[in-house]
Design a protein around this ligand. Sequence first.
Ligand code: F6P
Length: 326
Amino acid sequence: MAKIQKIAILTSGGDSPGMNAAIRAVVRKALFENIKVMGVLRGYEGLIKDEFISLNSKSVGNIIQRGGTILKTARSERFLTPEGRVIAYENLSKNKCDALVVIGGDGTFKGARIFSEEHNIPIVGIPGTIDNDLYGTDMTIGFDTALNTVIDAVDKIRDTAASHERIFFVEVMGRDAGFIALRSGIACGAEAVLVPEVQTNLKDLHNHLTNCMSKKKTSSIILVAEGDDAGGAFSIKKEMEKYGGEFDMKVTVLGHIQRGGPPSAYDRYIATKLGVAAVVSLLDDQRSIMVGMLHRKVVNVPFNQTIKHHKHIDQELLDMVDILNT
Ligand code: F6P
C-alpha cells in the first residue's frame, strides 16, 4: 500500500475531556513521521461541508490541559446517507487526505466502518466518550475526568444532605450505560446505584432506605444513571413518594458539567498513548480498527467487534455497593 502522505482528523459525537490531548498526539506523531495533518471541523458534518484546516505542531500547542475539542464536534444526519458519504469522500480526496482518524464513541465508529468499506479508505478510531461503553478498551478518554467531576459534586451534595437529613437522587450521564453511575457510586460511597443494565425495584429501594433510617442513617445518596429503566431521577423520586415514609427527598441532575473541565492525568495519558498508537496503526496498514487500552497495553480492535459486542457491567461491583451499605 502507498505510504500515507496526509491524515485527516475529526472529533464526533459527545465531546469528552482528553480529546484535545489525543488530537495533539496524533498531529505531533504524524508530523514526526513526515505525514501532514488536516483537521476537520464539526465531525462528519465538516467532512461533508468541506471544513478542513491545516494543523501543524503549533496548532496543538497548549491544548493538552483543555477540555472540549478544538475541532468542535457535531452529529451528522447527512453522513448517515450514502450520498452524504460520497460528498465526504470527495472532500477528503480534494484535500489529498489518504487516511482518517476519528475520535468519538460507538456512533462515530459505526459511521467510520461503513465509510471505510464504501470508499476503501484507511480509518482508525480513538475511543473518546465519557460513557466508557465501548467494547475493547478498559477506559474511554474522558471517563476518568467525568468520574472525578461526579464525585466532587456528590461530596458537596452529601454535606447538605447530612445537614438537612435528606435523600438525594443524583442523576449522571452515560446515555444507555451505567458505568459512570457505578464507578462514581463506589468512589463516593453511594447508598444505592441504579443502572440500566439491572432492573430497578423501587419497593426494594424504599425498604433499603427505610432500613437505613431505622439505623439512624438519616441521609443518603442514590446515584441514578440517566438511562435507568425506572426513568430519570425525577420520576424515581415521584414513584418513591408513593410508598410513603418520612423521607425528605431531593433530585440533582448533574448534566453536561460531566462533559467539561481539564482532563485528568489519566485521561491525558491514555489520550496521548492512543493518539500516537493511531498513527502507528495507520503506518502498519491497519484500517477499520479502534485503538484501545486493555490491561495497560494498547490493542487494535476491529470496528465490527467494538460495535457488535457490548461491554458488560460488573455485577461484583454492584454487589459491593450493597454489601458496603448494609
Ligand atoms: O455520549 C456522551 C453523552 O454525554 C451521554 O452520556 C449523554 O446521554 C449524551 O452524550 C448527551 O448528548 P448531547 O450532548 O447531544 O445532549
